[in-house]
Design a protein. Sequence first.
Lengths: 259, 252
Amino acid sequence: MATFGSAPLPPEAAHPSHLSTASIAKLVPRHSAVVRVTHWITALCFFALLVTGTEILLSHPRFYWGETGTVLTTPLFQLPIPSSRRLVPTGYNYVLPDQNGWSRALHFQAAWIAVLTGLLYAISGLLTKHFRKDLVPSKADLSWRVLWNSFLKPVRFRRPNAAEASSYNGLQRLTYLLVIFVLFPLVIWSGLAMSLAFASVFPWSVSLLGGRQSARTIHFFVSVALGLFLLVHVFMVSLAGFSTRTRAMITGRAATHKG
Amino acid sequence: MIDISRRKLIVSGLAATAGASGLSVAARLARKYGLVPPDHGGIYGLGETLTYASQRLLMRHSLAREFPRSRISPRPFPNELAPLTEDFKRLQAGGFADWRLSIDGMVYQPASFSIADLKSYPSRSQITEIACEEGWSYIAEWIGVPLSHVLQLVGVHPEARYVVYVSMEPDTWDSIDMADALHPQTFLCYGMNGSELPVAHGGPIRMRLPRQIGYKNKKFITHLTVTNNLNRFGKGLGCVDAEYGYAWYAGI
């Protein structure tokens, strides 16, 4: 049986570590099995996509708007990093090794697994009313003052209390909805728009984004946004107690003091 | 601690069996309908196969986007070339009059064509975008003879499945399936933006297939082999790039 050990807990849950979890707090269901399994598969894929995406980016760290763009045209912007291609002017006097082969393969494989996992999550979330129950904010959640306070609390490194840690506040709900229903679909769409074969069947998928190079630039910015989400997410988890929250996402149960 | 009931065990056992047999049926169907790429082995085989199979099912006959003449990129970017070989330079000095494109394999009449021969066939042009896997892209007018026309001239065996194309650049060869080989936009390309195809862009002959990434559009084509089995070409992965980790199918 697991013990809390030195895990950071809300002060009211702090008990001598030799006591088992059952005697200090009831373990209540926190995350459903589908949420837990899809969370960790997505986490793994997300990591693979981030690493390989960065790697692919190194072969051409320039971004354009519109349909086309090469080193002979003016970029929208260029990242001040070295490149894995000799013909890209970077200001660095060395060229990084080419890793695009496996990076592309892993990028697309992870994308496939992430998309299929996401579909499973979305369908199950609709059927079990997970979105409506756990993620759609209530009217009261949506006042500017409440949202602002939800923002300030973690910014001031204040840990959530047990009641707050057992559910999501309005700001968290809005963020999750934004990630699940806006950023993920947008990163998939802009990624698919860069597939020449996909674009041959759905040409509007490219033109609606403003062209192939616009799709690539959007793909980059949405990925940066998702990367920032990941950082804030891990920060929030740490604030609420890294091992308790992580254990809740693995076993499905979280300690609560209310029981 | 973890309570597994007998019912749960039976249900998950049945689900696992159903899943496994479903997968094996899917694999057999995929092989039968030619939805498995030659580089399906290895740890990225799942992704390669899903991409190739789904795009083949969805995009066998679709046409790559074409653009109006006004959108042709003013300065097409010639990517880095390997140093030209002595053989190439000799042919170049002769204005490529002695360049030959030969076709063999599963064809009724193996043949060899000069550039003039290829230009004597109905010429087609397309204004399409070429996109490199690195991220850059440009639009150009590509002029050539559809590969399907040349394949028709030599007569392809009905059981043929792939066309292998070999470049004059050392260690450079590739292949495409018949869906791409017979696609109306797949050209043996000899012209660009109203003139001859420059050497920097693969002249005198370049494979042009606008539904796949730039590296499938091999330059300096000298030889085609029609086949139903890629195992005897290189390591059997369908192209030399796959031996360096790049996907055989590059529709994405």
